[in-house]
Ligand binder design. Structure first.
Ligand SMILES: C[S@@+](CC[C@H](N)C(=O)[O-])C[C@H]1O[C@@H](n2cnc3c(N)ncnc32)[C@H](O)[C@@H]1O
Ligand code: SF4
Length: 416
């Protein structure tokens, strides 16, 4: 009942949240009054994949070498524009798509980026299929700190249902063993609540992760996918959530009870680790690449999703932002609360620093609701998410991502 209620509130808020405007006011990005310019993370979207998974809800395109090379050149120009505006980034996150799809370009890009600013930590996503001893060696040389591998499941039957037929569970295990210990953190992405997935299959996946000793796992509840190019992908437009909580309870039982730490409501680590939720660790972030989203001081900025649109804007020497949404102060505070709860704790002092206000006066009704519902508890100025609050908090985040997916769908359909 509570997850349903909070989910529907976020869905309603999320719809308002994402009423984006096509009026782009670039003076808000580096205009006077921007005080947070030194504490911004950088997300870099590489939207190419060798095959397209039918369930995938991200902005991705089938890999073509020439197009990908031109895209990397555009990314460098977009990076230059932000550096020219005075941005410096500490932590850098490569996501996709598949960032390792063209290793020589990735190599060149990371060196280029390091010549512009000191990247303290770099996180990068890939698929097991891409991982060879050679790629792992190169990624180490490039100073990648966190490597995230999209395994989805170790179960061959389920992988087949997912449309990931080219790779077997045993191959993923071999690749994870190869990468283990070579980076500060190796993460594996696993999915749950897939239509044909049984609870037993999922439990076996979680147990397999534990026996492998991999540092971290991020568990994604299946989210609806906007793509509809064939019958298989159309099947993933609506998601049945009736069993979702049962899957989630397996994660809590298998991992929290065995000493793993919840880095977010979906990410479980052995000890303190880097996570790829830059929206949790950083209040402000810049996203570059096709379909990347930025958040700066209460403003959402959305890049062109289409490769052609993105290329055209960059070629014209412009930032490729096509939509903007300026949050009101209450919306900004609620967004802040949502992202911090997803990261398991909200620090009242950090809230005061950002909003120059007391959290209990500004979010009185919300905090009372979460506390009364047993979702959060407070001690010494830290409002943390209780075990029974983790599923509702994950549901809120899922609804927020679903709102972004709606925007993505609209932009993809309109060729924006
Ligand atoms: C953008 S992908 C990048 C990883 C890599 N391309 C791969 O698939 O191995 C990051 C993760 O998002 C998750 N994901 C993709 N589509 C999803 C969906 N429709 N619902 C929930 N999670 C999804 C998968 O777990 C995937 O590993
Ligand atoms: S799940 Fe990963 S490999 Fe599959 S289409 Fe999405 S980004 Fe590409």
């Amino acid at each position: 009942m509570i997850p349903w209620f909070v989910g529907s509130v976020v869905r309603r808020e999320g719809r308002k949240f994402l009423e984006f405007s096509d009026k782009i006011d670039l003076s808000r990005i580096a205009g006077e009054g921007r005080t947070h310019i030194d504490r911004v993370s950088l997300y870099i979207h590489i939207p190419f994949c060798r095959t397209l998974c039918p369930f995938c809800c991200f902005n991705r395109y089938l890999y073509k070498e020439e197009q990908a090379r031109s895209y990397f050149a555009d990314l460098r120009r977009e990076l230059d524009m932000y550096v020219g505006l005075g941005f410096k980034f500490n932590d850098v996150y490569f996501g996709g798509g598949t960032p390792t799809v063209l290793m020589d370009e990735l190599d060149y890009f990371i060196n280029y980026l390091r010549s512009k600013f000191e990247a303290r930590r770099i996180s990068l996503e890939t698929t097991p299929r891409e991982l060879t001893s050679e790629t792992i060696g190169l990624l180490r040389q490039l100073g990648i700190n966190r490597l995230s591998v999209g395994v989805q499941s170790f179960d061959d039957g389920l992988l087949k249902d997912m449309g990931r037929t080219l790779f077997k569970g045993a191959d993923s295990i071999e690749k994870l063993r190869l990468a283990g210990g070579k980076f500060d953190t190796v993460n594996v992405d696993l999915m749950f609540n897939f239509p044909t997935q049984t609870l037993e299959q999922f439990k076996a996946d979680v147990k397999r992760f534990k026996t492998l000793g991999t540092d971290q796992a991020t568990f994604y509840p299946l989210m609806s996918s906007p793509h509809k190019m064939d019958a298989l992908s159309r099947k993933f437009r609506v998601v049945d959530t009736s069993r979702e909580k049962q899957f989630y309870d397996i994660i809590l039982h298998e991992l929290l009870d065995s000493g793993y730490k919840a880095s977010t409501a979906w990410c479980f680590s052995r000890g303190d680790r880097m996570i790829d939720e830059y929206i949790v660790d950083y209040d402000d972030y810049i996203g570059i690449g096709a379909g990347a989203v930025s958040f700066l001081g209460g403003d959402f900025l959305v890049n062109s999703f289409s490769l052609e649109g993105y290329h055209k804007l960059i070629s014209d020497g412009r930032l490729p932002i096509v939509r903007m949404r300026l949050l009101s102060n209450p919306e900004h505070r609620r967004y802040y609360m949502l992202t911090k709860f997803f990261g398991m704790k909200l620090d009242a002092a950090a809230f005061r620093r950002r909003f120059k206000a007391d959290i209990h006066s500004k979010l009185r009704a919300e905090l009372l609701f979460f506390k009364t519902a047993g979702i959060t508890r407070e001690k010494d100025g830290i409002i943390s998410v209780a075990r029974r609050g983790m599923y509702p908090v994950g549901t809120m985040m899922k609804e927020f991502f679903a709102s972004l997916n709606t925007l993505r769908e609209y932009c993809i359909e309109s060729g924006i």
